[in-house]
Design a protein around this ligand. Structure first.
Ligand code: NI
Length: 171
């Protein structure tokens, strides 16, 4: 089931999420819905707070061509980040049609719980590294526009307020 994606500004996008205590059937359904919502958007990553669920869960798939690689990360934890930095023009499904350069570590090592209850670990680079860091930020209530200067951030926020007003009128 595709779930509605919250649009910034929304208090739920600014709050740290709670750790997942147990992998339940509800969590399986949440992960499935999040992947469906992400692919439909379309996007390469989605964090649970973006669908209003304040839990430490994110999904991503950064494969552009070729077979899908849907990933579900529960309680992700950063183990290591490279000193090497990289710049990507980031966007966010909660901040539609706005893009800006963000500098982040080029490579990160992350540990997480998978849906089958096992602990996984992987080193991400390229777009995957940027994506996983962007999504992990969501779990702390942080958005990519928080890396920008105040003027740029306020400009984008004003556009989003307007967009939400227009969408509310259409409903
Ligand atoms: Ni995002």
């Amino acid at each position: 089931m595709i779930r509605p994606i919250l649009i910034h500004p929304d208090p739920r996008l600014k709050k740290p999420c709670d750790p997942v205590a147990e992998v339940t059937d509800d969590l399986h359904q949440l992960a499935k819905d999040m992947l469906e919502t992400m692919y439909a958007a379309p996007g390469i990553g989605l964090a649970a707070p973006q669908v209003g669920v304040m839990k430490r869960v994110l999904v991503m798939d950064c494969i552009k061509d070729g077979p899908r690689r849907p990933m579900v990360l529960i309680n992700p934890r950063l183990l290591w980040a490279s000193e090497d930095q990289t710049v990507y023009e980031e966007g966010c499904l909660s901040i539609p049609e706005q893009f800006a350069d963000v500098t982040r570590p080029a490579e990160v090592r992350v540990e997480w719980l998978s849906l089958d209850g096992s602990v996984q670990e992987e080193q991400f680079s390229g777009l995957w590294a940027t994506c996983v860091q962007h999504e992990m930020d969501h779990l702390e209530g942080k958005l990519f526009i928080d890396y920008l200067g105040p003027l740029k951030r306020q400009m984008i926020t004003r556009k989003m307020v307007k967009l939400k007003r227009e969408r509310a009128r259409q409903d």
